[in-house]
Ligand binder design. Sequence first.
Ligand SMILES: NC(=O)c1ccc[n+]([C@@H]2O[C@H](COP(=O)([O-])OP(=O)(O)OC[C@H]3O[C@@H](n4cnc5c(N)ncnc54)[C@H](O)[C@@H]3O)[C@@H](O)[C@H]2O)c1
Length: 439
Amino acid sequence: MKITVIGSGYVGLVTGTCLAEVGNHVCCLDLDAKKIATLKQGGIPIFEPGLDDLVRRNVEAGRLTFTTDVAESVAFGEVQFIAVGTPPDEDGSADLQYVISAARNIGRHMTDYKVVVDKSTVPVGTADKVKAALADELAARGQTIPFSVVSNPEFLKEGAAIEDFMKPDRIVVGAEDERAIETMRRLYSPFQRNHERLFFMDVRSAELTKYAANAMLATRISFMNELANLAETLGADIELVRKGIGSDPRIGYHFLYPGTGYGGSCFPKDVKALISTGKENGHTLRVLEAVEDANEIQKHRLVEKVTRRFGEDLSGCRFAIWGLAFKPNTDDMREAASRVIMHELTSRGAEVVAFDPVAMEEAARVVGDNPRVRFAHDMMDALPGADALLIVTEWKMFRSPDFDLMKQALKTPTIFDGRNMYDPVWVRQQGFDYQAIGR
Ligand SMILES: NC(=O)c1ccc[n+]([C@@H]2O[C@H](COP(=O)([O-])OP(=O)(O)OC[C@H]3O[C@@H](n4cnc5c(N)ncnc54)[C@H](O)[C@@H]3O)[C@@H](O)[C@H]2O)c1
């Protein structure tokens, strides 16, 4: 099939590349000329494990191309995926300007039938707006070319995006006409060879399914964070409680990890957008409001522990930070807890020396003007002279560090572990003041 993907970010680039990998011809469009130039030169603008090889292979095979030319991209694909950003607007609702602008571009240039697929995470009712935008542009041209609008929300996880796309738990498609349903079935048949993963439903249910999934996952995290804080006060260990409840198949082990609060490009904005959709429709989503509040509080939790130990005024202190990305295996710094932590420490006068195996370039971009933040060459290089180490992202390389070397390097052997990486009893036996979350 010939497919166009509009927006070549985390979702668009992975979607386009994986669709090319199974034999389709894919044209990826982005309006960011720098991004497309990087891709054309064989570079990958984001860090996603395995993506570079896959892109290279499909470009070499002639199945994957990149462009900034809207007319060329609209002409290319019978299927037009919209995978542009939907950042939060000032009131928390999803800002649809990029989605609508992508739809208008299709309407402005199309000359034959298109299936327009909303892959971006968009509020219920967006497919109607996309339809209206397309119809509007066609009317302005005096054209009556047929098209279908489909909702196909994406559930991939950054860091495991290729595996998730190639072997999805489920493929949700909201489509209401036979021609579009048939096209989507054909498009996704290579991804469900051993069992049916396609769930066809009406468009509004598909749009809501994506928000429901992220809201549920965010709820589990905030629930565990609140319980972790209570466990600390009660003298219980949240990690034991986690195992104790996770073993119940009705609960399960996934997404029960307490920490420094959820971040990233999806949970914070999607929870906000769903709350906002509720409000617009006369429903206060009380559980989600609490989920969001609890998360805001949790992002400050590690620094609270630091100030309890070192005082509110941290001038003259230096802190090492391990991990900056919002989670491991990505360089994504959007809404990362590390941003709040670096800001809080430095605004109290402290210096920060941070290390992350892949996100330092991105981190330097987001904290660029903060003279109190430096970056280290490797994890151990962050420690010398630091008053304490803060662990913010649970990269595998931090799991089993050389504690003797750490003790020698740190000014005082103190660890604030926002990810519960180590056995507290053992680490304390090694002579560390070890403070984790909920234990
Ligand atoms: N990142 C994730 O893990 C993830 C997972 C599931 C769903 N989503 C959703 O997918 C959507 C995209 O997210 P992302 O993380 O890939 O965003 P991103 O910011 O990485 O990429 C979006 C890209 O779209 C481009 N763009 C914007 N307007 C355009 C236009 N009119 N034409 C062409 N290109 C345009 C931007 O330049 C950018 O490169 C969002 O709605 C997000 O909520 C993201």
